[in-house]
Ligand binder design. Structure first.
Ligand code: ZN
Length: 409
């Protein structure tokens, strides 16, 4: 850890119990001012999403009421939502980080940024907007849905940058190809966030839209999107280590792993006021990439996300991540990147069915199914049931697309 980062951490810990009811309770038996070394810091308990839910509605607030200017909330699909309060400085810091992301992607104040993620309680759309405005670019705050209007505005305003989830970018790319309007679209860059996606899908979106793509990273609990992005032609994402401290832990034991090893990302906010978080478990699986990037940026890097520790499924004793299926599909000529996995327990054994889209005619389906079967067998040592379906058969969504359905329990 850099000495200046450790100084930021000790400054944060010095007053955290006075400022935050949440940490006063969490650290009831700990004096965080006793943290004198990195090892002491690594011994502090991890903060979990469950802890944040239990703090609903505003127990995370760590700044006086008059300094809080807004809240955001993570989706509550799996229970109580998490509410994150922001001060004016937090909002400004987030904008600075987001502007850096656009700059890393080669986006300038002459670009017109077409923003399709939603605005409102969650952090997506508004984060893209903040960064665009600070950069001085023209933000086009579309929000999600109404694809006809999206395409009309994209042509009339000559949008040059598309911000979207990967599945919505794919949907737009498919419709643009279908309607034969590619020559009227002026997009040159795509900033894609909020879900994991495979190389094949990336190539399809890039080819069909004729754009360069960038992965933007972030989560509502830690500002929102904009805390990291990849640079030109490089897969790993740079992150802003003057605002955030990243650790990688073993998701089973919680132990900190050496630099370069893959595990779960844990984040500490270094200067957040409204709701600082210490050692927050993201459940995102990645690794810190050692060494300096060839682009010359001094900011450190993490690998493109491998998956989420809670997305991992175990079939016949094998740990499977969505990335494994995506990588296997990438090997199969004629298979598209769109897939869906169903796991069932039938006749006393687990059966994993992989539905995937292909543009090939039906008589060639057995051949491409056999190829996927072999690719997954080679990668995971697992026999699956491959099922080819025509392009467009599997659901697309504007938000995150659920791809793995475990029907065993
Ligand atoms: Zn770089």
């Amino acid at each position: 850890m850099k000495p200046e980062t450790f100084a930021q951490i000790t400054a944060l810990l010095a007053t955290i119990k006075e400022k935050s009811t949440f940490y006063a309770e969490k650290y009831a038996d700990i004096d965080p001012r006793d943290v004198k070394t990195l090892t002491d810091f690594q011994a502090l308990p991890l903060t979990t999403k469950e802890d944040l839910r239990n703090a609903y509605p505003l127990k995370l607030q760590a700044a006086p009421e008059e300094k809080i200017v807004r809240i955001h909330s993570s989706s509550g699909t799996t229970g109580t939502p998490v509410i994150i309060p922001y001060t004016a400085k937090d909002v400004q810091d987030w904008a600075i980080m987001f502007k850096r992301c656009y700059e890393m992607a080669g986006i300038t104040n002459l670009d017109r940024i077409h923003i399709t993620p939603g605005y409102g309680l969650w952090t997506a759309g508004i984060g893209f907007q903040l960064g665009a405005e600070l950069l001085g670019a023209m933000a086009i705050p579309m929000g999600p849905g109404n694809t006809d209007k999206q395409l009309q505005m994209m042509q009339d305003l000559q949008s040059t940058v598309l911000c979207a989830t990967s599945s919505y970018a794919l949907l737009l790319a498919e419709i643009i190809a279908e309607r034969g309007i590619k020559d009227k679209i002026k997009l040159r860059k795509g900033v894609i966030g909020s879900e994991r996606w495979g190389e094949k899908m990336r190539r399809r979106i890039a080819d069909e839209l004729g754009v360069q793509l960038y992965d933007i990273y972030g989560l509502t609990e830690i500002y929102g999107p904009g805390i990291g992005i990849n640079c030109e032609d490089q897969a790993p994402m740079h992150y802003w280590d003057d605002y955030l401290y990243f650790e990688i832990i073993d998701p089973e034991t919680g132990e900190v792993l050496p630099e370069g090893e893959s595990g779960e990302l844990v984040i500490t906010t270094l200067c957040k006021e409204g709701a600082p978080l210490i050692r927050y478990r993201t459940h995102d699986l990645t690794r810190i990439v050692p060494g300096q990037c060839s682009c010359g940026s001094p900011f450190p890097r993490i690998e493109t996300l491998i998956g989420r520790s809670d997305d991992m499924i175990k079939v016949k004793g094998v740990n499977i991540f969505p990335a494994h299926i995506e990588e296997s599909l990438a090997f199969v000529e004629g298979a598209s990147s769109e897939y869906q996995v169903m796991i069932d327990h039938l006749f006393g054994k687990d059966i994993m069915t992989v539905f995937f889209e292909t543009a090939l005619p039906e008589e060639r389906h057995p051949e491409v199914e056999q190829a996927l079967h072999s690719a997954i067998k080679a990668k995971l040592g697992l026999s699956v049931v491959p099922k080819a379906v025509p392009i467009g058969d599997l659901p697309r969504s504007e938000k995150k697309t659920k791809r793995i359905f475990d029907n065993r329990y």
